[in-house]
Design a protein around this ligand. Structure first.
Ligand code: TYD
Ligand code: MG
Length: 455
C-alpha cells in the first residue's frame, strides 16, 4: 500500500497537499495538521461509502408507514425529559462536555438504570477497569449486567461488541479510539470520522442504543469535525454555570424530540442528582418579606417555567461614566431597558451605577425577564420594596410598551403553585382570563403603568 502526506483541517475536514495557516474552506486559523494517508487502491471498495444503509423503493409519503418508536426510559427523570420521553432503539447519542464535568459519571448512572433489564457494554479508552469500578462503588452501582472493556482499537471494539452482543454500548471517548488502517493519531478528523462511521454501521442494524462521549475545545465547541454531529441522532452538551455544582444538559440536535428542553443536575458526593424542584434552587433570597430591588419572574427554559429572581442595585456613581453590569442576563438588552425607563418614565439613571443580576448562576434569554428587570431597577432607584407575592412577566419594547410572552398560562400555573398571588403582565385576552382564576392580574400597557402601580 502506498502512503501520502496530506494536511487536514481539524475543524472541517478539508484536505490540502500543502500546509497553510488558514483553512481555505472554513477559514479557521491554525487547524491544518499533517496526516499520513494510505492511497486508495482503485479496485478496493471506496472508504467513503455511506455509513448507513437506508436505500428503499420510491414510495408515496401518504402510503409510507411511520416507524414506531417505543421509548425506553432511563428512569433518570431529567435525562428522559430532555430526550423526549426516553431513548429509541438504535439511537446514537453524542455526549460532549469539558473534562471533569461528569460525562463518565452520568453514563455510568444511565448504564446502571438500563442494566436492570438490558445488557450494557462500557468501553473506556480513558480509564482503567479499576478506576471505573472504583467510581461504580462510590455511586453504589453493582453492575450485574454491565460489561467493562478498556480498549482504544476500533476493530477490537467491534469484535468485543460482536462477542458480548449488548443492547446498550457506551464508548468513552471518541477522541481516544483509533482505526489501525489509518496512520494518523487518535482524535484527528480522519480517525474520528472513520471510528464513528464504524459505530453507526454497527449500531443501526442491531438496534443497539449507543452513547459516544466527546471532548470539547476551550471555546466550548466539540473537538473534531462537524461531520461527527451530522452522523449521530442526538448531540447533548454538558455544561456548568459559575457555582460549579449545577450541571446543565442541553440537546443541540435531537432526531427524536425537541431541542428546547434542558436537563438540570447537581453534582453531589453520590453522583449526579436531578433537580426536580428547580424553582427553589434559583430563587435564593427569602420569600418571606418584600425587598427593595428584587423582582420575581417565571422564565422559560425550554418549555419548563423556572422561578427566577432579578436583583438590581442602583447607586450614585463616582466615575465620569456610570457603570452598567449585568450577570445572567444580556447586557445590551438591559441597556435598552434602562434607556426606555429614562425616556418614558423619566427615571434619573444618568448619574447612577446599575448592577443587574439573575440569581442562581444561570444565563437566560427569555424576553419575559424584561418587565422584572424594569421593576427591580425602579424599585432600587426609588427605594420602593416590591411585595414578595408578585411576579413580573412581559416583554418591554423600545417604545416602553409592554407585550405578551408565550405560554403565559403555564407560567401562571407554576406561579400559583409556588404561592404567588399577583402577576404583572401585558393585557390578557378574555379566553385566557377564564383559565386564570386565583391569580390577581395587573395588566400593564406600558412602563408608565408599571411605575404607577409600584408606588
Ligand atoms: P467525570 O464523570 O469523571 O467527568 P468527565 O468524564 O466529564 O471528565 O467526573 C469527574 C468529576 O466529578 C470529578 O471532579 C469528581 C466529581 N464527582 C463527584 O463530585 N461526585 C461523584 O460521585 C463522582 C463519581 C464524581
Ligand atoms: Mg470521563
Amino acid at each position: 500500500m502506498k502512503f501520502k502526506t496530506v494536511f487536514v483541517c481539524q475543524q472541517c475536514g478539508f484536505e490540502s497537499l500543502k500546509w497553510a495557516g488558514k483553512c481555505p474552506d472554513c477559514g479557521a486559523w491554525n487547524t491544518l495538521q499533517e496526516e499520513v494517508k494510505a492511497q486508495e487502491n482503485k479496485k478496493a471498495p471506496s472508504r467513503t461509502r455511506s455509513f448507513t444503509d437506508f436505500s428503499s423503493e420510491v414510495v408515496k409519503l401518504s402510503e409510507s408507514k411511520a416507524s414506531k418508536e417505543d421509548r425506553i426510559p432511563t428512569h433518570l427523570a431529567e435525562f428522559d425529559r430532555l430526550l423526549g420521553g426516553g431513548l429509541v432503539k438504535g439511537q446514537l447519542t453524542l455526549l460532549a462536555g469539558a473534562p471533569g464535568i461528569g460525562k463518565s459519571t452520568l453514563m455510568l448512572q444511565v448504564a446502571a438504570e438500563l442494566a436492570k433489564d438490558k445488557k450494557v457494554l462500557y468501553i473506556s479508552g480513558e480509564e482503567s477497569v479499576g478506576q471505573i469500578s472504583g467510581r461504580a462503588q462510590r455511586l453504589g452501582i453493582k453492575g450485574e449486567n454491565i460489561f467493562l472493556h478498556c480498549e482504544t482499537d476500533i476493530q477490537k471494539i467491534v469484535e468485543s461488541v460482536e462477542n458480548v452482543n449488548p443492547d446498550v454500548l457506551i464508548l468513552d471517548s471518541i477522541q481516544t479510539v483509533y482505526h489501525p488502517e489509518f496512520n494518523s493519531s487518535a482524535g484527528t478528523v480522519a480517525q474520528v470520522r472513520e471510528c464513528t462511521s464504524e459505530l453507526v454501521r454497527l449500531c443501526k442494524p442491531k438496534g443497539m442504543i449507543t452513547f459516544v462521549l466527546g471532548h470539547v475545545t476551550k471555546d466550548g465547541e466539540l473537538a473534531g469535525p462537524k461531520i461527527l454531529e451530522h452522523m449521530v441522532d442526538c448531540v447533548l452538551y454538558f455544561d456548568t454555570e459559575k457555582d460549579n455544582v449545577l450541571r446543565l444538559l442541553r440537546p443541540h440536535k435531537n432526531r427524536f424530540g425537541s431541542t428546547g428542553e434542558i436537563g438540570l443536575f447537581k453534582m453531589t458526593s453520590h453522583g449526579l442528582v436531578g433537580l426536580e424542584n428547580a424553582s427553589e434552587y434559583f430563587a435564593q433570597t427569602s420569600r418571606e418579606r418584600a425587598i427593595k430591588g428584587r423582582a420575581y419572574c417565571l422564565a422559560l427554559e425550554g418549555s419548563r417555567p423556572l422561578l427566577t429572581e432579578i436583583q438590581a442595585l442602583v447607586s450614585p456613581t463616582r466615575y465620569p461614566f456610570p457603570r452598567r453590569v449585568a450577570t445572567g442576563v444580556d447586557l445590551n438588552r438591559c441597556l435598552m431597558l434602562f434607556a426606555a425607563l429614562e425616556k418614558h418614565i423619566g427615571l434619573a439613571l444618568d448619574n447612577k451605577d446599575i448592577f443587574v443580576s439573575l440569581a442562581g448562576g444561570v444565563k437566560l434569554k427569555d424576553p419575559a425577564l424584561d418587565l422584572a428587570v424594569c421593576a427591580a431597577v425602579i424599585s432600587s432607584c426609588k427605594d420602593i420594596a416590591i411585595p414578595h407575592d408578585s411576579v413580573f412577566m412581559a416583554e418591554v419594547g423600545i417604545l416602553g410598551q409592554v407585550a405578551k410572552v408565550p405560554l403565559l398560562d403555564r407560567r401562571l400555573d407554576e406561579a400559583q403553585r409556588l404561592g404567588f398571588t399577583r402577576a404583572f403582565t401585558a393585557p390578557v385576552s378574555k379566553e385566557e382570563k377564564t383559565k386564570i382564576k386565583q391569580m390577581n392580574l395587573a395588566e400593564l400597557l406600558d412602563l408608565n403603568d408599571l411605575s404607577l402601580r409600584l408606588k
